[in-house]
Design a protein around this ligand. Sequence first.
Ligand SMILES: Cc1cc2nc3c(=O)[nH]c(=O)nc-3n(C[C@H](O)[C@H](O)[C@H](O)COP(=O)(O)OP(=O)(O)OC[C@H]3O[C@@H](n4cnc5c(N)ncnc54)[C@H](O)[C@@H]3O)c2cc1C
Length: 437
Amino acid sequence: MSNSIPKIVVVGGGAGGLELVTKLGKKLGKKGKAEITLVDNTHTHIWKPLLHEVAAGTLDSHEDEIEYLSQANASGFRFRLGKMDGLDRNRKTISLAPTLNPDGVEIIPRREFEYDYLVISVGSVSHDFGIKGVRDHCLFLDTTKQAESFQNKLLEAYLRAHTQGKPLDEGQLNIAIVGAGATGIELSAQLHEVSHLLTAYGLDEVQPQDVKISIIEAANRVLPGLPENLSEATTSELTKLGVDVLTGERVVEVNDKAIFTESGKTIPASIKVWAAGIKAPEFLKDIAGLETNWMNQLVVRQTLQTTLDDDIYAIGDCCACKWQGHDENVPPRAQAAHQMASVVYKSIRNRMAGKVAPEFEYHDYGSLVSLGKYSTVGNLMGNLSKGSLMIEGFMARLMYLSLYKMHQVALFGPFRVAMLSLSHIFRRSVHPKIKLH
Ligand SMILES: Cc1cc2nc3c(=O)[nH]c(=O)nc-3n(C[C@H](O)[C@H](O)[C@H](O)COP(=O)(O)OP(=O)(O)OC[C@H]3O[C@@H](n4cnc5c(N)ncnc54)[C@H](O)[C@@H]3O)c2cc1C
């Protein structure tokens, strides 16, 4: 490290990265003790667990998005737009691909940034496992843009059906979701709610029962990563809503009209969503000789430093970190990214002060799954519950909402979050419950 102040570069301003740069900026950047840079390939941040609401149209992404430049200005870090595509560990630089405008015209040329400490927090993308037709015929919910394009497609399908002046064709408004993890389940419940709202708002040539929602899962139960009683409660709620739950069905092919499973089932659907697994972005695979796994995740030690380079950390969905006391890695969740951001913040401060890097220990506080306005189910983990305690209804809903509030508090502090929540309530009282364009 040179005599000047350390350069800390964080790539990816998501659930983990944005909390980290905000903390580092406030404590070190504002005081001139370090130069903190956030790099992201988009201009704005939206908390990823909200994307299924953006897709369904029950949340307008513009309401909840945060401008990186504005957050940087308020918190003492600088923001640089660009997509990381390379790393030189000898020169301690990262490289960003040229940034193009929507017409393909270059607006920012390729550039490099030097670092003393580098934190990679670029999240994950959907894993199609090479299954035929998935890339071409399914929609994904990895980014705000994809969630918005899902919403457009849904509205277009509704408008077409509402105005065609003849009965609906077979499967015309069928929606099939592959993957019954939290994302797929929450999306299916939101879409059910939306089918009622759109009819109520005047697209009444289409009735809610004209929309058939199916969810397809290879495991023998929904929410396979969570306790069985949660799966049972969720299946029962979804069945009550009329969602067709197909478990033990492995998808082998998708075309423009249907989804095909190994057991020979054909599920006709005009809108198909893939939410069946994740991997870290492709550019990370073996990047600069660092250790990565089959999901392209950077393998890290308990300190969250990559196995082969002390000055490079990885956090959130893009890292593979052993979950102590378990046979698996820390799961790809917002709560893990949040906890990892806190440990890396301490680690960098400790190391700048000549102290040792702390170790990360994942605390699983349980999982909550929102079934739209109908219900929320979840399990709480911890000493009080001595394992897993099932919760449902109002308490679960309250706790679900508090997860997002905690993220907002990490970014804005409690006072501004209280003001934001109030303005949200007022806004909701005059705007429709669903985005209609
Ligand atoms: C619909 C949905 C619902 C979910 N619900 C829950 C839930 O209820 N509870 C829960 O705990 N988790 C949930 N998750 C998972 C959770 O969103 C992720 O685990 C969490 O967002 C991971 O945080 P992260 O910081 O690793 O990455 P992200 O939050 O994904 O952020 C990654 C950032 O990196 C940027 N980026 C990517 N590539 C590059 C590049 N090459 N160069 C520069 N920037 C780049 C992206 O633009 C993004 O800003 C959900 C996910 C989805 C999709």
